[in-house]
Design a protein around this ligand. Structure first.
Ligand code: ZN
Length: 82
């Protein structure tokens, strides 16, 4: 491995990660999925106007269920700052 301020592309990809919007953990890219929820009707807008992408751990039932609960109830209850 080279030492220096620049990471090579593979090293960068390996370290690429995201924060889960539910549990707040920083996870590797492959463990994070995105779920888009349409909040437009809550704001009396046309469908598709106000959408938000939520990132969640795709290996965690807890995180997935939480996202699904939000999608179904449209209740914005996430405590972790987004
Ligand atoms: Zn999570």
């Amino acid at each position: 491995m080279k030492h220096g301020p620049l990471l090579d592309a593979n090293e960068f990809k390996k370290n690429l990660g995201w924060y889960c919007d539910v549990c707040g953990r920083h996870r590797k890219d492959r463990f994070i999925s995105v779920y888009t929820i349409d909040f437009s009707r809550d704001f009396k807008c046309v469908d598709g106007t106000i959408k938000k992408n939520f990132k969640y751990c795709n290996d965690s039932r807890h995180c997935y269920n939480h996202i699904k609960m939000i999608a179904e109830s449209k209740v914005y209850k996430i405590t972790h700052p987004i």
